[in-house]
Design a protein around this ligand. Structure first.
Ligand SMILES: Cc1ncc(COP(=O)(O)O)c(C=O)c1O
Length: 366
């Protein structure tokens, strides 16, 4: 027997969401962004399922790229932040990795190493001021890269600070500046769009899009779920009721007695906690379902358990009933709201403790 907490990942849902991203931007090629263990979904499993279809994968660092090659993933892999050490360029040549270059140091290391690289994406800082070089730096890097003869194709990339905010003009400003620089440099493909931009902003034709969160069926926008955007949620995180009791009005529950029942009700204890990645600061009221019936978190999240208020409708509460923590009928975006967080963080921070199960059905059956 085992602890019942299980993350069921539907690999076809991820493939379907990738196809959807490409349909939205039909002239572009698309990276499947699988950094941070494919946003908690399991990078190797996801990449194995998508390998034959994707144009390329994108990761944050070389160790993530090497893990894909060790798993015999054949597609090109792009390092979104580029290399952190000079020796990494040789590994890029050896394994067919592409990379961003966002500073002079990365460029100097490439020129010194004389490594041959398929594609390099010069990163222009269009306003976010996190990574990237300015206009003059970008123009000079592109020129030096072209002159070096080391790179098959040089592209220009940027990243948006506010693409998830549809009312914010900052994305348009970033785009305008990007296009101005791209015109001046001339004859260079673009890569600008994360999920939010792919779904809601007018981006340059062609080039490369970089869908991440949307592949997993999760929305980048506040107040809109992935399903509302036409995405298929890829993770169904389920557990079971492991203990049941009734509490009376005035009874207190859990560590710190932080919850006090305002009425008599049934209470379920469920096997999940912050040791699995469920945020400790998730507030009373966060949604769940028990055997398909609505229920809500009450009291403080423990390391291994949570307590759940259940309004008994037709079904009595019983040990062994299935609880959806997020996934089918319980959007992860809504749970994230109760943790003052975002869907991105909830899936990415999951630990290795839950059991991971991989299926290839778009509608997983329990
Ligand atoms: C450079 C870059 N491109 C694309 C993405 C994917 O973004 P999203 O998950 O919002 O689609 C990320 C993620 O943070 C990123 O850093």
């Amino acid at each position: 027997m085992a602890r019942p907490l299980t993350a069921t990942v539907d690999l076809n849902a991820i493939l379907q969401n990738y196809r959807y991203a490409k349909k939205l931007q039909p002239t572009s090629k698309a990276f499947a962004v699988v950094k941070s263990n494919a946003y908690g979904h399991g990078a190797v499993k996801v990449a194995q399922h998508l390998d034959e279809e994707v144009d390329a994968f994108a990761v944050a660092a070389i160790e993530e790229a090497l893990a894909l090659r060790e798993a015999e993933i054949k597609s090109p892999v792009m390092l979104l932040e580029g290399v952190f050490e000079a020796q990494e360029w040789a590994l890029c040549e050896q394994h067919g990795f592409w990379a961003a270059i966002e500073n002079e140091q990365q460029l100097a290391w490439l020129l010194e190493s004389q490594a041959k690289v398929g594609k390099v994406f010069v990163k222009l800082d269009t306003g976010m001021h996190r990574l990237g070089t300015d206009e003059l730096g970008a123009a000079s890097m592109v020129e030096k890269l072209k002159e070096s003869g080391l790179v098959d194709e040089v592209l220009l990339m940027t990243h948006f600070a506010c693409a998830d905010d549809l009312s914010d003009g900052a994305t348009l400003e970033q785009l305008r500046f990007f296009e101005q620089v791209r015109r001046r440099i001339g004859g260079i493909e673009a890569s600008v769009a994360n999920s939010a931009a792919i779904m809601k902003w007018m981006i340059p034709e062609g080039g490369w899009i970089r869908p991440g969160i949307m592949l997993y069926g999760i929305s980048p926008f506040a107040g809109i779920s992935g399903e509302q955007l036409g995405l298929v949620p890829a993770m169904n995180l389920t557990s079971k009721v492991i203990s049941v009791r009734q509490v009376k009005k005035g009874d207190k529950v859990g560590y710190g007695y932080s919850y006090e029942a305002q009425e008599d009700h049934d209470l379920a204890t469920v096997a999940i906690g912050y040791g699995d990645g469920y945020p400790r600061h998730t507030q009373t009221g966060a949604p769940l379902t028990i055997d398909g019936q609505e229920a809500s978190l009450v009291g403080r999240v423990s390391m291994d358990m949570i307590t759940v208020k259940y309004r008994q409708n037709n079904q009595p509460l019983a040990i062994g009933q299935e609880v959806v923590i997020w996934g089918q009928g319980v959007p992860v975006e809504e749970v994230a709201d109760y943790a003052s967080s975002i869907g991105y963080e909830l899936v990415t921070r999951m630990t290795s403790r839950p059991h991971y199960r991989y299926i290839t059905e778009t509608k997983p059956k329990s």
